[in-house]
Design a protein around this ligand. Sequence first.
Ligand SMILES: C[C@@H](NS(C)(=O)=O)c1cncc(N2C(=O)c3ccc(Cl)cc3C2(C)C)c1
Length: 478
Amino acid sequence: TAPAPAPVPARPLPYEAIPRSGRNAWLNLLRFWRSNSFQRFHLVMQRNFQRYGPIYRETVGTYNCVNVLLPRDAAQLFQSEGIFPRRMGIESWVAHRRLRNHKCGIFLLNGEEWRSDRLILNKEVISPAGTRKFLPFLNAVAQDFVTLMHRRISKNTRRSLTIDLYSDLFRFTLEASSYALYGERLGLLEESPNAESQRFISAVETMLRTTLPLLFIPPGLMRWVNTKLWRDHIEAWDTIFKHADKCIQNIYQEFCLGQPRKYSGIMAELLMQAELPLDSIKANITEFTAGGVDTTAMPLLFTLFELARNPSVQTAIRQEIAEAESQGPRELSKVLNSMPLLKSTLKETLRLYPVGITVQRYPTKDVVLQNYCVPAGTLCQVGLYAMGRSPEVFSNPERYDPLRWLSKEDNGFKALAFGFGARQCIGRRLAETEMMLFLMHVLRNFRIDTVSKADIKTVFGFILMPEKPPLLTFRPID
Ligand SMILES: C[C@@H](NS(C)(=O)=O)c1cncc(N2C(=O)c3ccc(Cl)cc3C2(C)C)c1
């Protein structure tokens, strides 16, 4: 009998046929606004995927977007992103820059402007050579964090400390990223951290929190709809820029007095290279300063919690750290590269708790997603939170199991927490290194326990965060 004819690929269905969530865009916005669904945006997306399948269209106000969650559709978006990949802009941020006559950093730039800044910044911020230079700075801060915890515990009659680590983690990530960026210690891990830096940390939190409701309002409207929200947003931005400007001034003075002989951070390298004008360096360094706090603190909190409620994983990592140390003193980057389980633990945390809950792109050519034709220029986004918890993508998705990343299974386009391609997170290496060094030193010195083993509820406040920070117990390991 003749072989069965090859299956003819079904002609892609038209764009209009893509399942849609909710009919009326403005009704959706109202519903969202009233029920404050912005904070549960990641859960709304997850429910929509369960209801409509692996692709659906969403219109909330002026925002129209095609949502996908399968790795192969993420790969399709990567294939069609072009050489100037683009995400949805953040009007309220751009509006502040215009109001204060500041340049934008690469997060807000697009096209040729984005690409020329990005290629210059890559060399100091994300390249292996750049990472090796700032790695020792991050290590020093991670060690100081352990010293701080020992000091606190020694004050206790009990040989343990049960604490809400939230604010300490922000101090750690700001101290570490500022040291890598400016080559200068803020002293946040001392007994009495200085008030100005505390103000900066809370300004970043206020800015992120007020960004959320402003995301969905057309730019012109936002000033009138809710003046308090807008005023708080601008005030927080001004505090952020004032702090970054002070740090930049300090290093700029020193730089003018004579070029530092040894490496003294990313900012100094950019000044010496003189490939970027000073106002572009300032705009980007400000983004990195503010973008390096909450984004890295949250995954550390989630990791410590998961290791506390998965003690066997915690023990296995401690074993891996001991083995890495037993191979004698080596360059730190080599030590980190010999801890695959620790690196997979970060991937596992970011699978269940992705800091950025989506990756967005505007395809530059028509693309077929789930056999639907999506025209070029349509905003598309990969639902990272939903992907990370989808049984179609990960077996036993609710299980915290870092070993899943070490199996020979094809994990292509499944670890997207830092995005993909030329426009992926430029802070990726800084964040990964900072988190690995922190966990290496903390796990080598303390056993982590948690009071409650119940799942942490998450809220979306421009970044994914815990609704209530978990209480963690630190017990020194003699
Ligand atoms: C959470 C995630 N959102 S995303 C990029 O996936 O949509 C994200 C990932 N990496 C960095 C950030 N940043 C911040 O938090 C932030 C604050 C203030 C400024 Cl001036 C600049 C930033 C950036 C965009 C760097 C945010």
